[in-house]
Design a protein around this ligand. Structure first.
Ligand SMILES: O=C(O)CCC(=O)C(=O)O
Length: 236
């Protein structure tokens, strides 16, 4: 563990293998698979690819069913005013068609599996050790799930500005792949050492790098030489 702590401190990210067992992952996978069918039926469940399609079509009204966490009509204005705004599409695809990019948050309320993982067992203990904390407060869970051959990518971002919990203090996120995960199948990428950049960048709309309104942080710079696949720099 000392080595993992040192690596986390140095890089802002550490891969821990075999912490979770198949019996932890199976109920999560089952929950997410079922939940993916409910995009637009809950307050926080979106198909972000469908939203992106509508936003870039510059429709007046964006349809997202019951999902109301984001102010979608405002997104058209944001995209219209941003000369750099463009959809983030996988190489080899030319439009945002096929598959789905499901986003949902706060599922601990309806999932015992997520609640148990977040609040009990070994995972919170490990996370506390990594940041040297006596106690942890759980903030939120988020699902990012793509169906096969979904062309919509996630813009590089830092998570900190999304949460509006202040820039100071120790914070940690765990990313748990539910399927075997490689670079090619969409594993999240992290930029080693970016937690030491000394900068917090504006949260963006995920499906484009346009900053969301309400952030007073600067726009994330273009990360030259890196494809805008998906990201985050770890909080600490
Ligand atoms: O999987 C993704 O598309 C993005 C993941 C992410 O941004 C996150 O875990 O915060």
């Amino acid at each position: 563990m000392q080595e993992a702590i040192a690596q986390f401190e140095r890089d802002g990210v550490v891969v821990l293998r075999d912490v979770l067992q198949p019996e932890h992952l199976a109920p999560l996978r089952e929950y997410v698979t079922a939940r993916m069918q409910t995009a637009g039926q809950t307050e926080t469940g979106y198909d972000l690819q469908a939203v992106a399609r509508q936003v870039f079509d510059k429709r007046d009204k964006i349809e997202a069913g019951e999902a109301s966490r984001f102010e979608l009509d405002g997104l058209v204005g944001l995209i219209t005013q941003d000369p750099e705004a463009k959809p983030l599409i996988e190489d080899g695809a030319d439009k945002l068609e096929g598959g789905a990019f499901f986003y949902e948050a706060g599922c601990w309320r309806s999932s015992d599996a997520i609640q148990n993982l977040a609040l009990k067992g070994g995972l919170p203990v490990i996370m506390a050790q990594l940041i040297g904390a006596e106690t942890l407060r759980f903030f939120e869970d988020t699902i990012f799930a793509r169906g096969p051959k979904t062309p919509c990518r996630t813009a590089w971002h830092q998570d900190l500005d999304y949460f509006k919990v202040g820039l100071e203090g120790r914070k940690i996120i765990v990313w748990i792949p539910l399927d075997p995960c490689t670079h090619e199948t969409g594993g999240t990428q992290y930029i080693r050492g970016s937690h030491k950049w000394g900068k917090t960048y504006a949260s963006n709309v995920f499906f484009a790098d346009t900053p969301i309104s309400g952030s007073d942080q600067p726009r994330m710079p273009k990360l030259m030489g890196m494809k805008a696949i998906m990201t985050l720099s770890l909080l600490k």
